[in-house]
Design a protein around this ligand. Structure first.
Ligand code: HEC
Ligand code: HEC
Ligand code: HEC
Ligand code: HEC
Length: 126
């Protein structure tokens, strides 16, 4: 009986922990797949971005009717590999630069609130 309760508590703890991690508000993007990083890591305020833009502006995956069903938040590196090839036309680093910097640039040019576009403003020491 005691052992059962203990296991149950343990399972609950693990679950709430993994939940906490997947719900992280801000985190450093650190894709090992890219190889050793030359620049300081980029901090993404995931919560703030999620408040102002739809999940599937960043997370994408298309069904057979080309509807974007990416709102579950799949990891970018699940599909974008490091090296550009026929099967991987948009390598991981490029995917981030197009998506992140691209939106910031577009919004800036329209005079809207935006994020950084300079290298050192995204890649900055904490
Ligand atoms: C500004 C772009 C952006 C927006 C908007 C956004 N996300 Fe994300 N999200 C990311 C990035 C980048 C990661 C890290 C992905 C990686 O590790 O490759 C991430 C990670 C996640 C993860 C963890 C994925 C994993 O397995 O590593 C989940 C879950 C997630 N997001 C869900 C959501 C949901 C739900 C929303 C909308 C409420 C949302 N995201 C909005 C960019 C975004
Ligand atoms: C389920 C697989 C999958 C996931 C997960 C995924 N992508 Fe993609 N992505 C693709 C495919 C497929 C293409 C199209 C490549 C082509 O042009 O043939 C693409 C294209 C892109 C492009 C270039 C075209 C465009 O839409 O502007 C960007 C930028 C991009 N992805 C960023 C991201 C980012 C950032 C993430 C993580 C938040 C992500 N992707 C997650 C599969 C995925
Ligand atoms: C569709 C538009 C869009 C996309 C995509 C986007 N951003 Fe932003 N970003 C914004 C806006 C708008 C702001 C200003 C937020 C505010 O006013 O609080 C911002 C602010 C920021 C800031 C400065 C404030 C902060 O939150 O720390 C950083 C850093 C940033 N973004 C990084 C990223 C990264 C990294 C990605 C890609 C994973 C990304 N952004 C993708 C729109 C976007
Ligand atoms: C809007 C934010 C943003 C801006 C601006 C930006 N980057 Fe990045 N960059 C990223 C993100 C996000 C990654 C992916 C980091 C990861 O997940 O490991 C990345 C990855 C990289 C990488 C591969 C990782 C490393 O550190 O070696 C290099 C190199 C890089 N960027 C260089 C640049 C340069 C040079 C500029 C300016 C011309 C620039 N970046 C501007 C967000 C940005």
């Amino acid at each position: 009986m005691k052992f059962k309760t203990f296991t149950l508590i343990l399972i609950c703890l693990c679950l709430s922990l993994s939940f906490a991690f997947s719900q992280e508000d801000k985190f450093l993007l650190h894709h090992e797949e890219i190889g050793p990083h030359q620049r300081p890591l980029v901090r993404l305020n995931h919560e703030r971005h999620s408040e102002i833009i739809d999940c599937n502006r960043c997370h994408h995956e298309y069904d057979e009717n080309e509807n974007n069903i990416g709102e579950d938040g799949q990891s970018c590196s699940g599909c974008h590999g490091k090296v550009e090839s026929m099967e991987n036309p948009v390598p991981l680093m490029k995917a981030f630069h197009i998506r992140c910097k691209g939106c910031h640039e577009k919004r800036l040019s329209r005079g809207k609130t935006s994020g950084p576009v300079m290298c050192g403003k995204c890649h900055k020491m904490p």
